[in-house]
Design a protein around this ligand. Structure first.
Ligand SMILES: NC(=O)c1ccc[n+]([C@@H]2O[C@H](COP(=O)([O-])OP(=O)(O)OC[C@H]3O[C@@H](n4cnc5c(N)ncnc54)[C@H](OP(=O)(O)O)[C@@H]3O)[C@@H](O)[C@H]2O)c1
Length: 308
């Protein structure tokens, strides 16, 4: 079936400016870390992506190693993009990242020019794109000189392979250095991407205030703490859940203290007439320096609940 996007897709979604920039992103963004790999069905991934776009989501967050297997989420994106989304390219803000482990050998991870240049080229091929809207340095590398990494980001923008750049999980002092290095070369850092949710509030201390001072937007990842904050673990661990896999989200995290905390959140959510997941997203979005929350969803039903 040829995809034709919902004509009312921009009517209900809120769009927020990314720091001091010309870019407005949907307050909810779709993440491709899980649910788009070659272990997932193309049909389900396609349904989720179509639904997201139909609901006004314009930011799609990928990285080279999302899957599993590594690279396969970008490949899945490429297939769906070619089938459904090519006519909508100018309405989409597409991100990729490099810096985590991706291939064998000393060039296969971290932030050397060698790794990042190969990373962007390989991502573009997999996604079947000429350029990404934003390319992130996925993590801080304590061994590579930060200037080498940042100059590579500048050169990626100059080459037209990315329109904007961002950084993810950098310590506050390194982020500050990056914002200045980049803006001195007329390449404004568009977004800092960091973990922020009701259980992980560290960015409030320094990263978020620094974003405000530097005019950098903030994209919050894992706003549902990988599903913990949705209420789904209040009565045990559902078989098909991320925690059941006990890999990225550990069963050991579900302590009696954690369950008490989650029960309390649910009570607060009930009082506001929100589901626990909506309450968790609302909490993050209340911070005026947050541009967007990047959610994961393993079904259209889940995503539907997150768009409110
Ligand atoms: N920069 C970085 O280093 C970094 C790191 C992590 C993530 N990210 C980005 O952030 C995105 C989101 O991360 P995340 O997947 O951890 O986000 P999350 O939104 O905190 O968790 C998503 C998971 O929660 C569960 N869930 C979502 N909605 C639900 C609902 N309505 N009811 C019940 N369960 C629900 C689903 O897991 P199950 O159904 O499988 O249980 C879903 O996959 C990633 O895709 C990626 O783009 C970036």
């Amino acid at each position: 079936m040829i995809y034709s996007a919902d004509q009312n897709r921009y009517s209900a979604m809120e769009y927020r400016r990314a720091g001091k920039s010309g870019v407005k992103l949907s307050k909810i963004a779709l993440g491709f870390w899980h649910n788009f790999g070659d272990v997932n069905t193309l049909d389900n991934s396609r349904k989720i992506m179509r639904f997201a776009f139909d609901k006004g989501i314009n930011y799609f967050d990928l990285a080279d190693n999302y899957g599993p297997s590594y690279g396969s989420a970008e490949e899945t994106f490429g297939v769906i993009y070619e089938k459904d989304f090519k006519p909508y390219r100018d309405e989409m803000f597409i991100a990729s990242k490099a810096g985590h482990d991706m291939w064998e050998g000393p060039f296969g991870e971290f932030n050397s020019r060698k790794h990042l240049m190969a990373g962007i080229d390989n991502s573009l091929k997999r996604m079947k794109l000429d350029y990404v809207d934003i390319f992130y340095s996925h993590r801080y590398d304590p061994e590579t000189p930060i200037e080498e990494t940042l100059q590579t980001l500048v050169d990626i923008v100059r080459s037209g392979k990315a329109l904007y750049v961002g950084i993810s999980k950098y310590p506050a002092d390194k982020a500050e250095f990056a914002y200045k290095y980049l803006s001195d070369r007329d390449v404004h850092c568009l977004l800092y991407q960091g973990k922020y949710n009701m259980l992980s509030r560290e960015p409030e201390e320094d990263i978020l205030p620094e974003c405000e001072t530097s005019g950098v937007g903030f994209a919050a990842f894992s706003p549902l703490a990988q599903g913990l904050l949705t209420g789904k673990y209040l009565n045990g661990i559902p078989e098909d859940s991320r925690m059941a896999k006990d890999f990225f989200l550990k069963k050991a995290d579900l302590t009696p203290e954690m369950i008490d905390k989650l029960r309390q959140f649910k009570k607060e959510a009930d009082e506001l007439g929100l589901s626990p997941a909506q309450y968790a997203l609302d909490f993050v979005l209340k911070n005026k320096n947050v541009t967007t929350v990047i959610v994961g969803a393993s079904s259209v039903k889940q995503l539907d609940e997150l768009i409110f």
